[in-house]
Design a protein around this ligand. Structure first.
Ligand code: BGC
Length: 245
């Protein structure tokens, strides 16, 4: 089935049609800069433009960078406070005339990476992190996950701010960190994650994962650390997959 998947990110909103059986994107990815401020109204208008671009009518799956429960947004740290307690599924559905499923961006990216990417066929505890504006997190235990994990917001010992402000790709760019400096921060974060959760495998996604040879070597965990295979397509593919249940 071909479904429109949309990934709402801190810097861009991206969409493409996805073959949900093969996990392949069947069109060019269409990207529009995230409007500023990224209010629900402005973002929904952008989503409508993406659906129009593909001349699409059908189920839409959306990945959102915050906590989402039953289509309602419960946090929006890197986007706009106007989303909190907002029924995103209903509003996007009203605007596009399409049935809409909306879930946390990392949860949907994890779904795609487990089905079609680096996590395919993996058993045991697999954790997937997306490194971008924030840190998205998802954990699978024998293929099952508990949604809305929010491990980008934990405080590491001795730190006075959320881990994602220290270790997300945005911190690397904003503080002009070298790969080594950033890699050491990631090492600190993932060693703490390992202490808390003891995963067998850690998969790292987000756009920066295509440069994994520059920073993966600094992460020294017992868990195997692998780059995501779907990279920044995982959000779109997983969003589309979540729209079919
Ligand atoms: C949000 C998460 C999201 C992650 C990646 C965090 O700031 O709280 O819900 O998955 O960023 O976008």
């Amino acid at each position: 089935m071909e479904i429109l998947g949309i990934d709402i990110g801190g810097s861009g909103i991206k969409g493409a049609l996805v073959n949900t059986e093969s996990g392949e994107i069947t069109t060019e990815r269409f990207r529009i800069d995230t409007p500023r401020p990224a209010t629900p109204k402005a973002v929904i208008k952008t989503i409508k433009n993406i659906a129009n671009h593909f001349d699409y009518m059908g189920p839409i799956g959306v990945g959102f960078p915050g906590i989402v429960v039953d289509g309602v947004i419960l946090s929006a740290v890197n986007i706009h406070a106007g989303w909190v307690n907002y029924n995103g599924a209903k509003a996007i559905s009203d605007a596009t005339g399409c049935p809409v499923t909306i879930k946390n961006d990392a949860d949907v990216a994890g779904l795609a990476e487990m089905a079609f990417g680096a996590g395919r066929g993996m058993q045991g505890i697999v954790m997937i992190f997306t490194l971008g504006t924030g840190i998205g997190s998802v954990m699978f235990n024998y293929g099952c996950n508990v949604p809305n994990l929010e491990l980008g917001h934990l405080y590491m010992p001795g730190h006075k701010q959320d881990a994602e402000f220290y270790a997300a790709d945005r911190a690397r760019k904003a503080e002009n960190l070298s790969w080594k400096e950033w890699g050491k921060r990631l090492n600190e974060y993932f060693q703490y994650i390992e202490f808390l959760f003891s995963p067998q495998v850690i998969i790292l996604g987000g756009g920066v994962s295509k440069k994994h040879d520059k920073f993966l070597k600094y992460i020294r965990t017992r868990a195997q650390v692998l780059p995501a295979q779907l990279r920044n397509h995982a959000g779109i593919v997983g969003a589309a997959m979540s729209a079919i249940g």
